[in-house]
Design a binder for this molecule. Structure first.
Ligand SMILES: [Ca+2]
Ligand SMILES: [Ca+2]
Length: 211
């Protein structure tokens, strides 16, 4: 009897926990074209160059086209860092150069209840997106690994300093110890969230909201 009530209590608690949570909104992905050759796929922190058209899902009105508007050039953005709509961060992972996808993005992963400019409130959006190029972003895991000289998955002040010196040298600046040390201190002030004296992989790839 006691066992029974514990069991039913437990399932009740589990039910509560599930019932109280709405499922995460999803991006619907349709691969329109996938090239045969694929040397690398987009991943978190990559710089991605795309051409895209954006439409209102409700009536098909096009609200933007990178091919037709502005300077008609494709646009760069960093994947997975909320530089663009959440729907893009979620929907453009693991894409090859030359791949085209259609994304159906719910309002909660786009412009929300408010909308923006040509986008009415609570709009589901449809994007047609083609990946033109992929490069290592400033916060990619590759950059992190390059900086992490002793492979312990965290960056010491010394490692960051060495990297800065290398970057400055690459761009033709002579080494300036005082300046670099001040920069390192500044970087750690912002990036070393838990103040343990190291920048972890998570701290490194996490984009801080600049509000
Ligand atoms: Ca290290
Ligand atoms: Ca830390």
């Amino acid at each position: 009897m006691i066992l029974f009530s514990i069991c039913s209590l437990l399932s009740f608690v589990i039910m509560l926990a599930h019932g109280g949570k709405l499922p995460d909104p999803e991006v619907k992905i349709e691969v329109v074209h996938k090239p045969l050759m694929c040397h690398r796929k987009t991943k978190y922190g990559d710089m991605v160059l795309v051409h895209y058209e954006g439409y209102l899902h409700s009536n098909g009105t096009m609200f933007h086209s990178s091919r037709l508007e502005g300077d008609k050039n494709p646009v760069w953005f960093t994947l997975g860092t909320r530089e663009v709509l959440l729907g893009w961060d979620k929907g453009l992972q693991k894409m090859c150069i030359g791949e085209r996808r259609k994304l159906i993005v719910p309002p909660s992963l786009a412009y929300g209840k408010e909308g923006k400019g040509k986008i009415p409130p609570s709009s589901t959006l449809l994007f047609d997106i083609e990946v033109i190029d992929i490069r290592n972003g400033p916060r990619s895991h590759d950059t992190f690994q390059e900086m992490d000289l002793n492979d312990d998955w965290k960056l010491s002040k010394q490692e960051v300093k060495v990297y800065l010196e290398k970057e400055f040298a690459k761009h033709g600046y002579s080494p300036n110890d005082t300046h670099n040390e001040a920069m390192v201190e500044d970087i750690f002030k912002n990036e070393d969230e838990d103040k343990d004296g190291f920048i972890s992989a998570r701290e490194f790839t996490y984009q801080h909201d600049e509000l």
